[in-house]
Design a binder for this molecule. Structure first.
Ligand SMILES: [Zn+2]
Length: 60
């Protein structure tokens, strides 16, 4: 049974690979995740243009 944490990460790794700035598709889906216990932050840096994207989730 995957945790919420794993489910969210998998969703981004599988669906959100394309950079909105340059259109580069990162097949590896290199999302980093970090948490402070109350929030999870997923961050992706485009290997092509260095644009970064972040998604933040609050843990309930
Ligand atoms: Zn890019």
């Amino acid at each position: 049974m995957p945790t919420m944490f794993e489910r969210i990460r998998r969703r981004y790794e599988t669906t959100d690979k394309k950079c909105p700035d340059c259109g580069y598709v990162d097949e590896d889906g290199n999302w980093d995740s970090r948490t402070d216990g109350r929030q999870i932050v997923y961050r992706h840096v485009c290997p092509s243009c260095d644009a970064s994207r972040e998604h933040t989730f609050t843990i309930k």
